[in-house]
Design a protein around this ligand. Structure first.
Ligand code: NAD
Length: 299
């Protein structure tokens, strides 16, 4: 059975690592927050003091970190120390980075990892904290066929859909396309709901009508941004995340960088990025991204 190292035990990484431990894998964990590490150790994971010790002897290294700079700094450090001592990253090991970061960072890391005999894939996820907890995430994988096939059984422990998007970096491109569309749907749904409310409609009734008509979409049907329409949605729980405005804004920044690189026209994505930037500046960065509804509903 694979011996796994897991870096980043936050909202997503914590429950993902827990599912691997529960499935019987030998998992050694690392996070900058000691309480997050202890939680996993209590479930049966092991811990080590430094990243170098964590990866010793591991066949698979998984990371779930906030942004590209964290991922680059972790692996640059490990590559540097493995060049000095081959006891660290093992030849033939597989790196699976699940963080949402720019495709360029993972592509350049993959070249450097390959030079020391380590394979690498990007495998960003969709499905949020609930998906991570229940093991129902969707993984969007970029990498070669062999690495994809090696990773698949592990990813299936943490998720229910595992897609092969293409070469290294392709998973990240799929992820930013998805999240750009998600933000556009969220803003559009908020706008339509408030138009109905301003003209005397009950948002529950309007939501039911649109969910069963051509306006149906995920943000309306299962993540409704209007408080009181769906009991389980963050909107009905003071917009407690869920998926923070700060993280959506980060992903929209990645989408815009990607569009500039490829010369693509993304007018709707650009508009929603600016709306989320303003929303963050107004103090809503830590709220769920569906709180953008407040920009339409405030009198
Ligand atoms: P988080 O901030 O809750 O967790 C990140 C963890 O990484 C923290 O515990 C932090 O201490 C740790 N960390 C930072 N630097 C580290 C290092 N060098 N070594 C070890 N640990 C380190 O973030 P999250 O919500 O778990 O998100 C992680 C990634 O997943 C992000 O890229 C995010 O965009 C993406 N994502 C999040 C969601 C969501 O709903 N929260 C959904 C899909 C994708």
């Amino acid at each position: 059975m694979e011996k796994i190292s897991f870096f980043g035990l936050g909202n997503m990484g914590g429950p993902m690592a827990a599912n691997l431990v529960r499935a019987g894998y030998e998992v050694c964990v690392f996070d900058l927050v000691p309480a997050a590490v202890e939680e996993l150790v209590n479930l049966g994971a092991t811990k080590a003091e430094t990243p170098e010790e964590v990866v010793k002897g591991a066949n698979v290294i998984i990371s779930m970190l906030p942004a590209g700079k964290h991922v680059a700094s972790l692996y640059e450090g490990l590559i540097g120390s493995s060049e000095l001592s081959n006891a660290n990253l093992k030849k033939g090991a597989l790196v699976i980075d699940c963080s949402t970061i720019d495709a360029g960072t993972i592509q350049s890391l993959s070249v450097k990892l390959e030079q020391i005999g380590v394979n690498c894939i990007d495998a960003p996820v969709s499905g949020g904290v609930a998906g991570a907890t229940n093991g129902t995430l969707s993984f969007m994988v970029g990498g070669n066929e062999k690495s994809f096939n090696q990773a698949k059984p592990l990813l299936e422990v943490m998720g229910k859909n595992v897609f092969h998007a293409g070469d290294v970096g392709a998973g990240q491109i799929a992820k930013v396309c998805n999240n750009m569309l998600l933000s556009i749907l969220m803003v559009g749904t908020s706008e339509a709901l408030q138009l109905g409310i301003d003209n005397g409609l009950d948002p529950k009734v309007l939501s039911e009508i649109m969910s069963n008509s051509s306006g149906s979409n995920w943000t309306l049907d299962v993540y409704n941004p209007c408080p009181g329409v769906q009991e389980t949605a963050p909107a009905s729980n003071d917009y407690k995340p869920g998926f923070m405005t700060n993280l959506m804004l980060k992903d929209l920044g990645l989408a815009m960088d990607t569009a500039v690189n490829s010369g693509s026209a993304t007018p709707m994505g650009s508009l929603t990025r600016n709306m989320y930037a303003l929303h963050q500046k107004l103090g809503n960065g830590d709220l769920d991204f569906s709180s953008i509804f407040n920009q339409f509903s405030q009198k």
